[in-house]
Design a protein around this ligand. Sequence first.
Ligand code: FAD
Length: 500
Amino acid sequence: MSAETAGFDVVVVGGGPCGSAVSTLVAMQGHRVLLLEKEKFPRYQIGESLLPATVHGVCRLLGVSEELDKAGFMLKRGGTFRWGRNPEPWTFSFGISSKFVSEASTAYQVERMRFDQILLDNARRRGVEVREESSVADVIEDADGRVCGVRYTDADGVTHEVSARFVVDSSGNGSRIHKKVGGQRRYSEFFRNLALFGYFEGGKRLPAPNEGNILAAAFDSGWFWYIPLTDTLTSVGAVLHPDALERAQGDKEQALLDLIAECPLIADYLADARRVTSGPYGEVRVRKDYSYIQEKFWRPGLILAGDAACFIDPVFSSGVHLATYSALLAARTINTVLAGTAGETESCEEFEARYRAEYARFHDFLVAFYDMHEDESSYFWRAKKVTGNAASDVESFVELVGGGSSGEGALIDAKAYLGKRAPAFQELSDAVERPVLVAGEDRDLLKTELARSVSREGTRIQVQASLGANADERTPVRDGGLVPSADGMHWIRPVQQQAS
Ligand code: FAD
Protein backbone atom coordinates (compact mmCIF):
# COMPACT_ATOMS: atom_id res chain seq x y z
CA MET A 1 0.00 0.00 0.00
CA SER A 2 1.21 3.47 -0.83
CA ALA A 3 0.01 6.65 0.88
CA GLU A 4 0.37 9.95 -0.96
CA THR A 5 1.71 12.57 1.36
CA ALA A 6 0.65 15.63 -0.63
CA GLY A 7 -3.14 15.51 -0.40
CA PHE A 8 -5.64 16.98 -2.83
CA ASP A 9 -8.33 19.54 -2.22
CA VAL A 10 -10.84 17.21 -3.85
CA VAL A 11 -10.91 13.57 -4.94
CA VAL A 12 -13.64 12.77 -7.46
CA VAL A 13 -14.67 9.13 -7.89
CA GLY A 14 -15.80 8.31 -11.44
CA GLY A 15 -15.17 10.01 -14.79
CA GLY A 16 -18.69 10.03 -16.29
CA PRO A 17 -20.33 13.37 -17.20
CA CYS A 18 -20.90 14.19 -13.53
CA GLY A 19 -17.35 13.43 -12.37
CA SER A 20 -15.70 15.21 -15.30
CA ALA A 21 -17.93 18.26 -14.87
CA VAL A 22 -17.55 18.69 -11.11
CA SER A 23 -13.79 18.12 -11.19
CA THR A 24 -13.33 20.64 -14.03
CA LEU A 25 -15.46 23.35 -12.40
CA VAL A 26 -13.49 23.01 -9.15
CA ALA A 27 -10.06 22.83 -10.85
CA MET A 28 -10.93 25.96 -12.85
CA GLN A 29 -11.01 27.83 -9.50
CA GLY A 30 -7.38 26.83 -8.92
CA HIS A 31 -7.97 23.90 -6.55
CA ARG A 32 -6.04 20.61 -6.70
CA VAL A 33 -8.36 17.89 -7.99
CA LEU A 34 -7.73 14.18 -8.51
CA LEU A 35 -10.24 12.13 -10.55
CA LEU A 36 -10.13 8.35 -10.19
CA GLU A 37 -11.86 6.29 -12.89
CA LYS A 38 -12.19 2.53 -12.70
CA GLU A 39 -12.23 1.92 -16.48
CA LYS A 40 -9.87 2.79 -19.32
CA PHE A 41 -11.71 5.23 -21.59
CA PRO A 42 -13.38 5.04 -24.02
CA ARG A 43 -15.84 2.81 -22.18
CA TYR A 44 -19.46 1.95 -23.02
CA GLN A 45 -22.31 3.69 -21.18
CA ILE A 46 -26.04 4.11 -21.84
CA GLY A 47 -27.69 7.56 -21.68
CA GLU A 48 -27.27 8.93 -25.17
CA SER A 49 -30.06 11.46 -25.60
CA LEU A 50 -29.17 14.84 -24.07
CA LEU A 51 -31.08 17.99 -23.11
CA PRO A 52 -30.15 21.57 -24.17
CA ALA A 53 -29.15 22.52 -20.60
CA THR A 54 -26.27 20.03 -20.70
CA VAL A 55 -25.09 20.93 -24.19
CA HIS A 56 -25.49 24.73 -24.09
CA GLY A 57 -25.33 25.18 -20.31
CA VAL A 58 -22.89 23.02 -18.37
CA CYS A 59 -20.79 22.01 -21.41
CA ARG A 60 -20.37 25.67 -22.28
CA LEU A 61 -19.27 26.44 -18.72
CA LEU A 62 -16.75 23.61 -19.10
CA GLY A 63 -15.40 25.16 -22.30
CA VAL A 64 -16.10 22.21 -24.59
CA SER A 65 -18.76 23.69 -26.89
CA GLU A 66 -16.46 24.02 -29.87
CA GLU A 67 -15.18 20.49 -29.46
CA LEU A 68 -18.69 19.08 -29.23
CA ASP A 69 -19.60 21.04 -32.31
CA LYS A 70 -16.64 19.57 -34.21
CA ALA A 71 -17.43 16.03 -33.00
CA GLY A 72 -20.41 16.03 -35.37
CA PHE A 73 -22.93 14.48 -32.95
CA MET A 74 -26.47 14.04 -34.24
CA LEU A 75 -28.43 17.26 -33.72
CA LYS A 76 -31.60 16.75 -31.64
CA ARG A 77 -34.42 19.29 -32.00
CA GLY A 78 -36.68 17.45 -29.56
CA GLY A 79 -38.65 14.23 -29.29
CA THR A 80 -41.26 12.54 -31.45
CA PHE A 81 -43.75 10.43 -29.49
CA ARG A 82 -46.32 7.75 -30.25
CA TRP A 83 -47.80 8.18 -26.82
CA GLY A 84 -51.17 8.65 -25.17
CA ARG A 85 -54.46 8.24 -27.02
CA ASN A 86 -53.21 9.47 -30.40
CA PRO A 87 -52.49 6.71 -32.90
CA GLU A 88 -50.25 9.13 -34.84
CA PRO A 89 -46.88 10.41 -33.60
CA TRP A 90 -46.55 14.03 -32.44
CA THR A 91 -43.43 16.09 -31.85
CA PHE A 92 -42.11 18.20 -29.01
CA SER A 93 -39.42 20.71 -30.05
CA PHE A 94 -37.19 22.49 -27.52
CA GLY A 95 -37.41 25.67 -29.59
CA ILE A 96 -41.14 26.30 -29.35
CA SER A 97 -42.07 28.98 -26.79
CA SER A 98 -38.49 29.16 -25.66
CA LYS A 99 -36.39 32.26 -25.14
CA PHE A 100 -33.65 30.30 -26.85
CA VAL A 101 -34.89 30.02 -30.41
CA SER A 102 -31.56 29.38 -32.06
CA GLU A 103 -28.96 26.66 -31.87
CA ALA A 104 -29.39 26.83 -28.05
CA SER A 105 -32.79 25.16 -28.38
CA THR A 106 -31.23 21.96 -29.64
CA ALA A 107 -29.27 19.17 -28.02
CA TYR A 108 -27.28 16.15 -29.22
CA GLN A 109 -27.69 12.41 -29.41
CA VAL A 110 -24.27 11.15 -28.38
CA GLU A 111 -22.24 8.00 -28.47
CA ARG A 112 -21.30 8.07 -24.80
CA MET A 113 -17.89 6.56 -25.47
CA ARG A 114 -16.99 9.69 -27.45
CA PHE A 115 -18.92 12.26 -25.37
CA ASP A 116 -17.51 11.08 -22.04
CA GLN A 117 -14.00 10.95 -23.48
CA ILE A 118 -14.29 14.59 -24.61
CA LEU A 119 -15.36 15.69 -21.11
CA LEU A 120 -12.64 13.64 -19.40
CA ASP A 121 -9.88 14.94 -21.71
CA ASN A 122 -11.16 18.45 -21.11
CA ALA A 123 -10.92 17.89 -17.34
CA ARG A 124 -7.24 16.92 -17.81
CA ARG A 125 -6.60 20.03 -19.90
CA ARG A 126 -8.20 22.23 -17.22
CA GLY A 127 -5.82 20.96 -14.57
CA VAL A 128 -7.54 17.87 -13.12
CA GLU A 129 -5.19 14.97 -12.46
CA VAL A 130 -6.97 11.99 -14.03
CA ARG A 131 -6.01 8.42 -13.18
CA GLU A 132 -7.82 5.76 -15.20
CA GLU A 133 -7.97 2.06 -14.29
CA SER A 134 -8.09 3.21 -10.68
CA SER A 135 -10.94 1.62 -8.77
CA VAL A 136 -11.98 3.21 -5.48
CA ALA A 137 -12.76 0.58 -2.86
CA ASP A 138 -13.56 2.73 0.15
CA VAL A 139 -13.42 6.14 1.77
CA ILE A 140 -11.06 6.98 4.62
CA GLU A 141 -12.29 8.74 7.77
CA ASP A 142 -10.39 10.84 10.27
CA ALA A 143 -10.64 10.50 14.05
CA ASP A 144 -13.76 12.72 14.09
CA GLY A 145 -15.54 10.55 11.51
CA ARG A 146 -15.09 13.06 8.69
CA VAL A 147 -14.38 11.58 5.25
CA CYS A 148 -10.84 12.68 4.44
CA GLY A 149 -9.78 10.59 1.43
CA VAL A 150 -10.14 7.31 -0.44
CA ARG A 151 -8.46 3.98 -0.86
CA TYR A 152 -8.09 2.76 -4.46
CA THR A 153 -6.39 0.07 -6.49
CA ASP A 154 -4.49 0.85 -9.68
CA ALA A 155 -4.11 -1.21 -12.88
CA ASP A 156 -1.18 -3.15 -11.38
CA GLY A 157 -3.22 -4.14 -8.35
CA VAL A 158 -1.36 -1.75 -6.04
CA THR A 159 -3.51 -0.18 -3.32
CA HIS A 160 -3.13 3.53 -2.63
CA GLU A 161 -4.46 5.92 -0.03
CA VAL A 162 -4.96 9.52 -0.96
CA SER A 163 -6.27 12.30 1.26
CA ALA A 164 -8.51 15.22 0.36
CA ARG A 165 -10.63 17.90 2.01
CA PHE A 166 -13.62 16.68 -0.02
CA VAL A 167 -14.53 13.43 -1.74
CA VAL A 168 -17.22 13.51 -4.46
CA ASP A 169 -18.86 10.20 -5.27
CA SER A 170 -19.85 10.43 -8.93
CA SER A 171 -19.33 6.73 -9.58
CA GLY A 172 -22.79 6.21 -11.08
CA ASN A 173 -25.27 3.60 -9.95
CA GLY A 174 -23.00 0.57 -9.86
CA SER A 175 -20.47 1.28 -7.13
CA ARG A 176 -20.87 0.89 -3.38
CA ILE A 177 -19.28 4.17 -2.28
CA HIS A 178 -22.70 5.80 -1.86
CA LYS A 179 -23.34 3.55 1.16
CA LYS A 180 -20.71 5.54 3.06
CA VAL A 181 -22.95 8.59 3.19
CA GLY A 182 -25.37 6.82 5.54
CA GLY A 183 -29.10 6.26 5.09
CA GLN A 184 -30.66 3.99 2.49
CA ARG A 185 -30.93 3.94 -1.28
CA ARG A 186 -34.73 3.96 -1.73
CA TYR A 187 -36.14 2.41 -4.90
CA SER A 188 -39.23 3.77 -6.63
CA GLU A 189 -42.20 1.41 -6.78
CA PHE A 190 -43.74 3.46 -9.56
CA PHE A 191 -40.77 3.54 -11.97
CA ARG A 192 -39.82 -0.06 -11.26
CA ASN A 193 -39.02 -0.74 -14.93
CA LEU A 194 -36.38 -2.71 -16.74
CA ALA A 195 -34.70 -1.89 -20.03
CA LEU A 196 -33.50 -4.22 -22.78
CA PHE A 197 -31.45 -2.54 -25.50
CA GLY A 198 -29.18 -3.01 -28.50
CA TYR A 199 -27.93 -1.26 -31.66
CA PHE A 200 -28.96 -1.38 -35.31
CA GLU A 201 -27.40 -0.24 -38.59
CA GLY A 202 -29.55 1.10 -41.39
CA GLY A 203 -32.79 2.03 -39.56
CA LYS A 204 -35.13 4.66 -40.99
CA ARG A 205 -35.01 8.32 -39.96
CA LEU A 206 -37.88 10.67 -39.15
CA PRO A 207 -38.66 13.21 -41.88
CA ALA A 208 -36.56 16.41 -41.84
CA PRO A 209 -36.10 18.55 -39.82
CA ASN A 210 -36.73 15.95 -37.06
CA GLU A 211 -34.36 13.25 -38.29
CA GLY A 212 -32.20 13.68 -35.16
CA ASN A 213 -35.11 13.48 -32.69
CA ILE A 214 -35.51 10.68 -30.20
CA LEU A 215 -38.54 8.61 -31.19
CA ALA A 216 -40.48 7.16 -28.24
CA ALA A 217 -43.18 4.63 -29.07
CA ALA A 218 -45.59 3.14 -26.52
CA PHE A 219 -46.82 -0.40 -27.07
CA ASP A 220 -48.60 -3.04 -24.99
CA SER A 221 -45.55 -4.23 -23.07
CA GLY A 222 -44.10 -0.76 -22.38
CA TRP A 223 -42.36 1.71 -24.66
CA PHE A 224 -39.38 1.86 -27.03
CA TRP A 225 -36.66 4.47 -27.42
CA TYR A 226 -35.23 4.85 -30.92
CA ILE A 227 -32.21 7.17 -30.84
CA PRO A 228 -30.38 8.04 -34.07
CA LEU A 229 -26.69 8.22 -33.08
CA THR A 230 -25.28 8.68 -36.59
CA ASP A 231 -26.84 8.68 -40.07
CA THR A 232 -26.87 4.87 -39.91
CA LEU A 233 -26.44 3.76 -36.26
CA THR A 234 -29.49 3.64 -33.96
CA SER A 235 -29.80 2.84 -30.26
CA VAL A 236 -33.02 0.87 -29.68
CA GLY A 237 -34.33 -0.03 -26.22
CA ALA A 238 -37.52 -1.39 -24.71
CA VAL A 239 -38.63 -0.22 -21.25
CA LEU A 240 -40.73 -2.95 -19.64
CA HIS A 241 -42.52 -3.92 -16.46
CA PRO A 242 -40.17 -5.83 -14.09
CA ASP A 243 -42.34 -8.94 -14.58
CA ALA A 244 -40.72 -9.19 -18.03
CA LEU A 245 -37.37 -9.99 -16.38
CA GLU A 246 -37.55 -13.69 -17.16
CA ARG A 247 -38.15 -12.88 -20.81
CA ALA A 248 -35.12 -10.59 -20.84
CA GLN A 249 -32.88 -13.05 -19.02
CA GLY A 250 -33.22 -15.86 -21.53
CA ASP A 251 -32.17 -15.25 -25.12
CA LYS A 252 -31.81 -11.45 -24.92
CA GLU A 253 -31.26 -10.99 -28.66
CA GLN A 254 -34.42 -12.92 -29.50
CA ALA A 255 -36.37 -11.15 -26.74
CA LEU A 256 -35.45 -7.75 -28.22
CA LEU A 257 -36.41 -8.85 -31.74
CA ASP A 258 -39.74 -10.26 -30.45
CA LEU A 259 -40.52 -7.00 -28.66
CA ILE A 260 -39.72 -5.01 -31.79
CA ALA A 261 -42.16 -7.21 -33.72
CA GLU A 262 -44.84 -6.27 -31.14
CA CYS A 263 -44.43 -2.54 -31.82
CA PRO A 264 -45.47 -1.74 -35.43
CA LEU A 265 -43.85 1.72 -35.56
CA ILE A 266 -40.42 0.51 -34.43
CA ALA A 267 -40.71 -2.65 -36.56
CA ASP A 268 -41.35 -0.43 -39.57
CA TYR A 269 -38.37 1.84 -38.79
CA LEU A 270 -36.12 -1.23 -38.48
CA ALA A 271 -37.56 -3.16 -41.43
CA ASP A 272 -34.35 -2.83 -43.50
CA ALA A 273 -31.92 -2.61 -40.58
CA ARG A 274 -29.51 -5.20 -39.20
CA ARG A 275 -28.59 -5.60 -35.56
CA VAL A 276 -24.96 -4.77 -34.70
CA THR A 277 -23.42 -7.99 -33.37
CA SER A 278 -19.78 -7.09 -32.72
CA GLY A 279 -17.75 -4.45 -30.92
CA PRO A 280 -19.03 -2.36 -27.99
CA TYR A 281 -22.49 -2.15 -29.57
CA GLY A 282 -22.70 -5.87 -30.32
CA GLU A 283 -24.26 -6.95 -27.03
CA VAL A 284 -27.95 -6.78 -26.14
CA ARG A 285 -27.92 -5.40 -22.60
CA VAL A 286 -30.38 -5.36 -19.70
CA ARG A 287 -30.63 -2.72 -16.96
CA LYS A 288 -32.97 -2.86 -13.98
CA ASP A 289 -33.33 -1.31 -10.50
CA TYR A 290 -32.27 2.06 -11.80
CA SER A 291 -34.95 4.32 -10.26
CA TYR A 292 -33.92 5.37 -6.77
CA ILE A 293 -32.94 8.22 -4.53
CA GLN A 294 -30.57 8.28 -1.57
CA GLU A 295 -31.98 9.35 1.79
CA LYS A 296 -28.89 11.51 2.30
CA PHE A 297 -26.80 13.27 -0.34
CA TRP A 298 -23.84 14.29 1.85
CA ARG A 299 -22.02 13.95 5.14
CA PRO A 300 -18.98 15.92 6.31
CA GLY A 301 -16.26 15.48 3.67
CA LEU A 302 -18.41 13.44 1.22
CA ILE A 303 -20.90 14.53 -1.46
CA LEU A 304 -22.92 12.23 -3.75
CA ALA A 305 -23.72 13.62 -7.20
CA GLY A 306 -25.13 12.31 -10.49
CA ASP A 307 -26.45 8.75 -10.54
CA ALA A 308 -24.63 8.03 -7.29
CA ALA A 309 -27.37 10.09 -5.61
CA CYS A 310 -30.46 9.42 -7.74
CA PHE A 311 -31.96 8.57 -11.12
CA ILE A 312 -35.57 8.43 -12.29
CA ASP A 313 -36.22 6.81 -15.67
CA PRO A 314 -34.96 6.96 -19.27
CA VAL A 315 -38.10 8.69 -20.58
CA PHE A 316 -37.43 12.35 -21.44
CA SER A 317 -33.62 12.09 -21.17
CA SER A 318 -33.21 13.55 -17.70
CA GLY A 319 -30.21 11.44 -16.53
CA VAL A 320 -27.24 13.34 -17.94
CA HIS A 321 -28.98 16.64 -17.17
CA LEU A 322 -29.39 15.70 -13.50
CA ALA A 323 -25.79 14.44 -13.46
CA THR A 324 -24.29 17.63 -14.93
CA TYR A 325 -26.68 19.94 -13.03
CA SER A 326 -25.74 18.29 -9.74
CA ALA A 327 -22.07 18.61 -10.77
CA LEU A 328 -22.51 22.38 -11.06
CA LEU A 329 -24.28 22.53 -7.66
CA ALA A 330 -21.57 20.37 -6.05
CA ALA A 331 -18.80 22.49 -7.59
CA ARG A 332 -20.39 25.70 -6.21
CA THR A 333 -20.58 24.04 -2.81
CA ILE A 334 -16.95 22.85 -2.76
CA ASN A 335 -15.60 26.10 -4.20
CA THR A 336 -17.46 28.02 -1.47
CA VAL A 337 -16.21 25.89 1.40
CA LEU A 338 -12.63 25.85 0.08
CA ALA A 339 -12.73 29.64 -0.28
CA GLY A 340 -13.98 29.86 3.32
CA THR A 341 -16.88 32.18 2.45
CA ALA A 342 -19.62 29.94 3.88
CA GLY A 343 -19.69 26.86 6.06
CA GLU A 344 -19.83 23.25 4.94
CA THR A 345 -23.24 22.52 6.43
CA GLU A 346 -25.09 25.45 4.87
CA SER A 347 -23.32 24.99 1.50
CA CYS A 348 -24.02 21.24 1.38
CA GLU A 349 -27.63 21.78 2.43
CA GLU A 350 -28.00 24.22 -0.44
CA PHE A 351 -26.60 21.57 -2.81
CA GLU A 352 -28.96 18.90 -1.52
CA ALA A 353 -32.06 21.11 -1.45
CA ARG A 354 -31.59 22.23 -5.04
CA TYR A 355 -30.69 18.80 -6.37
CA ARG A 356 -33.70 17.21 -4.65
CA ALA A 357 -35.97 19.95 -5.94
CA GLU A 358 -34.81 19.42 -9.55
CA TYR A 359 -35.23 15.67 -9.13
CA ALA A 360 -38.73 16.25 -7.72
CA ARG A 361 -39.70 18.45 -10.68
CA PHE A 362 -38.60 15.79 -13.18
CA HIS A 363 -40.19 13.04 -11.09
CA ASP A 364 -43.51 14.88 -11.14
CA PHE A 365 -43.31 15.48 -14.87
CA LEU A 366 -42.39 11.89 -15.68
CA VAL A 367 -45.18 10.47 -13.45
CA ALA A 368 -47.65 12.68 -15.33
CA PHE A 369 -46.16 11.65 -18.66
CA TYR A 370 -46.58 7.94 -17.88
CA ASP A 371 -49.98 8.54 -16.33
CA MET A 372 -51.53 10.02 -19.45
CA HIS A 373 -51.23 6.81 -21.43
CA GLU A 374 -54.79 5.62 -21.86
CA ASP A 375 -54.16 1.99 -22.70
CA GLU A 376 -56.07 0.27 -19.89
CA SER A 377 -55.85 -3.07 -21.64
CA SER A 378 -52.11 -3.49 -21.19
CA TYR A 379 -50.59 -4.62 -17.92
CA PHE A 380 -47.66 -2.17 -18.20
CA TRP A 381 -49.83 0.91 -18.70
CA ARG A 382 -52.47 -0.13 -16.18
CA ALA A 383 -49.72 -0.44 -13.57
CA LYS A 384 -48.57 3.09 -14.42
CA LYS A 385 -51.91 4.79 -13.78
CA VAL A 386 -51.48 6.80 -10.60
CA THR A 387 -55.22 6.75 -10.02
CA GLY A 388 -55.08 2.96 -9.92
CA ASN A 389 -52.92 0.58 -7.95
CA ALA A 390 -49.77 2.61 -8.18
CA ALA A 391 -51.12 5.73 -6.44
CA SER A 392 -49.79 4.86 -2.99
CA ASP A 393 -46.41 3.93 -4.48
CA VAL A 394 -46.10 7.35 -6.05
CA GLU A 395 -47.18 9.02 -2.83
CA SER A 396 -44.65 7.27 -0.67
CA PHE A 397 -41.81 7.98 -3.08
CA VAL A 398 -42.82 11.60 -3.45
CA GLU A 399 -42.77 11.89 0.31
CA LEU A 400 -39.14 10.86 0.17
CA VAL A 401 -38.27 13.02 -2.82
CA GLY A 402 -39.76 16.05 -1.15
CA GLY A 403 -38.22 15.20 2.19
CA GLY A 404 -34.68 15.83 3.34
CA SER A 405 -33.80 19.46 3.31
CA SER A 406 -35.67 20.47 0.17
CA GLY A 407 -38.44 22.21 2.08
CA GLU A 408 -40.86 21.60 -0.78
CA GLY A 409 -43.97 21.79 1.38
CA ALA A 410 -46.39 20.77 -1.34
CA LEU A 411 -44.55 17.51 -1.89
CA ILE A 412 -43.95 16.57 1.72
CA ASP A 413 -47.67 16.13 2.28
CA ALA A 414 -47.95 12.99 0.19
CA LYS A 415 -51.69 12.66 0.70
CA ALA A 416 -52.24 16.03 -0.88
CA TYR A 417 -49.90 15.26 -3.77
CA LEU A 418 -52.27 13.68 -6.25
CA GLY A 419 -55.09 16.10 -5.57
CA LYS A 420 -52.75 19.07 -5.87
CA ARG A 421 -51.16 17.82 -9.04
CA ALA A 422 -54.39 16.80 -10.78
CA PRO A 423 -54.83 20.13 -12.65
CA ALA A 424 -51.19 20.07 -13.81
CA PHE A 425 -51.51 16.44 -14.95
CA GLN A 426 -54.72 17.34 -16.79
CA GLU A 427 -53.08 20.36 -18.46
CA LEU A 428 -50.23 18.19 -19.76
CA SER A 429 -52.64 15.53 -20.90
CA ASP A 430 -54.78 18.12 -22.73
CA ALA A 431 -51.69 19.48 -24.50
CA VAL A 432 -50.70 16.02 -25.67
CA GLU A 433 -54.05 14.39 -26.31
CA ARG A 434 -55.47 16.79 -28.92
CA PRO A 435 -56.03 14.76 -32.07
CA VAL A 436 -52.98 14.72 -34.36
CA LEU A 437 -54.12 16.14 -37.71
CA VAL A 438 -50.78 15.90 -39.50
CA ALA A 439 -48.44 13.03 -38.53
CA GLY A 440 -45.52 14.35 -36.47
CA GLU A 441 -47.09 17.77 -35.79
CA ASP A 442 -45.63 19.91 -33.02
CA ARG A 443 -47.08 19.96 -29.49
CA ASP A 444 -46.11 23.00 -27.42
CA LEU A 445 -45.52 21.24 -24.11
CA LEU A 446 -43.53 24.20 -22.79
CA LYS A 447 -46.79 26.07 -22.25
CA THR A 448 -47.77 23.55 -19.59
CA GLU A 449 -46.83 24.12 -15.95
CA LEU A 450 -45.10 20.74 -15.59
CA ALA A 451 -42.89 21.12 -18.67
CA ARG A 452 -42.09 24.75 -17.81
CA SER A 453 -41.01 23.70 -14.35
CA VAL A 454 -38.56 21.09 -15.67
CA SER A 455 -37.05 23.51 -18.17
CA ARG A 456 -36.62 26.44 -15.74
CA GLU A 457 -33.33 25.45 -14.10
CA GLY A 458 -31.87 24.34 -17.43
CA THR A 459 -32.71 27.72 -18.92
CA ARG A 460 -30.98 29.46 -16.00
CA ILE A 461 -27.79 27.48 -16.60
CA GLN A 462 -27.93 28.34 -20.29
CA VAL A 463 -28.29 32.03 -19.46
CA GLN A 464 -25.37 31.80 -17.03
CA ALA A 465 -23.25 30.02 -19.63
CA SER A 466 -24.00 32.48 -22.40
CA LEU A 467 -23.59 35.65 -20.26
CA GLY A 468 -20.64 34.27 -18.30
CA ALA A 469 -22.45 35.41 -15.16
CA ASN A 470 -25.32 34.38 -12.95
CA ALA A 471 -28.12 36.48 -14.38
CA ASP A 472 -31.29 36.16 -12.45
CA GLU A 473 -31.02 34.34 -9.15
CA ARG A 474 -31.03 36.79 -6.28
CA THR A 475 -33.74 35.22 -4.15
CA PRO A 476 -32.99 32.05 -2.20
CA VAL A 477 -35.09 28.99 -3.05
CA ARG A 478 -35.76 28.30 0.65
CA ASP A 479 -35.75 30.20 3.93
CA GLY A 480 -32.21 31.10 4.97
CA GLY A 481 -30.81 29.62 1.76
CA LEU A 482 -27.88 30.76 -0.35
CA VAL A 483 -27.84 32.04 -3.93
CA PRO A 484 -25.24 31.66 -6.69
CA SER A 485 -22.44 34.26 -6.82
CA ALA A 486 -22.12 36.62 -9.79
CA ASP A 487 -19.79 34.19 -11.61
CA GLY A 488 -22.14 31.29 -10.77
CA MET A 489 -19.28 29.23 -9.30
CA HIS A 490 -19.89 29.79 -5.56
CA TRP A 491 -22.75 30.25 -3.11
CA ILE A 492 -23.25 33.59 -1.40
CA ARG A 493 -25.76 34.99 1.06
CA PRO A 494 -28.55 36.99 -0.56
CA VAL A 495 -27.98 40.74 -0.52
CA GLN A 496 -30.42 41.50 2.36
CA GLN A 497 -28.63 38.98 4.57
CA GLN A 498 -25.19 40.29 3.62
CA ALA A 499 -26.23 43.79 4.58
CA SER A 500 -27.63 42.84 8.00
P1 FAD B 1 -21.88 7.36 -15.04
O1 FAD B 1 -22.10 7.86 -16.41
O2 FAD B 1 -22.40 6.00 -14.70
O3 FAD B 1 -20.32 7.41 -14.74
C1 FAD B 1 -19.80 6.83 -13.55
C2 FAD B 1 -18.33 6.48 -13.78
O4 FAD B 1 -17.80 6.02 -12.54
C3 FAD B 1 -18.13 5.36 -14.78
O5 FAD B 1 -17.20 5.76 -15.78
C4 FAD B 1 -17.59 4.19 -13.94
O6 FAD B 1 -16.67 3.39 -14.64
C5 FAD B 1 -16.93 4.92 -12.79
N1 FAD B 1 -16.84 4.14 -11.55
C6 FAD B 1 -17.77 3.29 -11.05
N2 FAD B 1 -17.34 2.76 -9.89
C7 FAD B 1 -16.11 3.28 -9.66
C8 FAD B 1 -15.14 3.07 -8.64
N3 FAD B 1 -15.38 2.27 -7.59
N4 FAD B 1 -13.97 3.75 -8.71
C9 FAD B 1 -13.72 4.60 -9.77
N5 FAD B 1 -14.59 4.79 -10.76
C10 FAD B 1 -15.78 4.15 -10.72
N6 FAD B 1 -29.75 9.69 -19.51
C11 FAD B 1 -29.93 10.63 -20.45
O7 FAD B 1 -29.61 11.79 -20.22
N7 FAD B 1 -30.46 10.29 -21.67
C12 FAD B 1 -30.85 9.03 -21.97
O8 FAD B 1 -31.31 8.78 -23.09
C13 FAD B 1 -30.73 8.03 -20.96
N8 FAD B 1 -31.09 6.75 -21.20
C14 FAD B 1 -30.95 5.82 -20.20
C15 FAD B 1 -31.41 4.52 -20.40
C16 FAD B 1 -31.32 3.57 -19.37
C17 FAD B 1 -31.82 2.18 -19.57
C18 FAD B 1 -30.72 3.94 -18.13
C19 FAD B 1 -30.62 2.94 -17.01
C20 FAD B 1 -30.24 5.22 -17.94
C21 FAD B 1 -30.36 6.17 -18.96
N9 FAD B 1 -29.90 7.47 -18.77
C22 FAD B 1 -30.13 8.42 -19.73
C23 FAD B 1 -29.22 7.87 -17.52
C24 FAD B 1 -27.71 8.00 -17.69
O9 FAD B 1 -27.16 6.77 -18.08
C25 FAD B 1 -27.10 8.44 -16.36
O10 FAD B 1 -27.95 9.33 -15.69
C26 FAD B 1 -25.73 9.12 -16.52
O11 FAD B 1 -24.82 8.28 -17.19
C27 FAD B 1 -25.18 9.50 -15.14
O12 FAD B 1 -23.89 10.05 -15.24
P2 FAD B 1 -22.87 9.91 -14.03
O13 FAD B 1 -21.65 10.67 -14.44
O14 FAD B 1 -23.54 10.21 -12.76
O15 FAD B 1 -22.54 8.34 -13.96
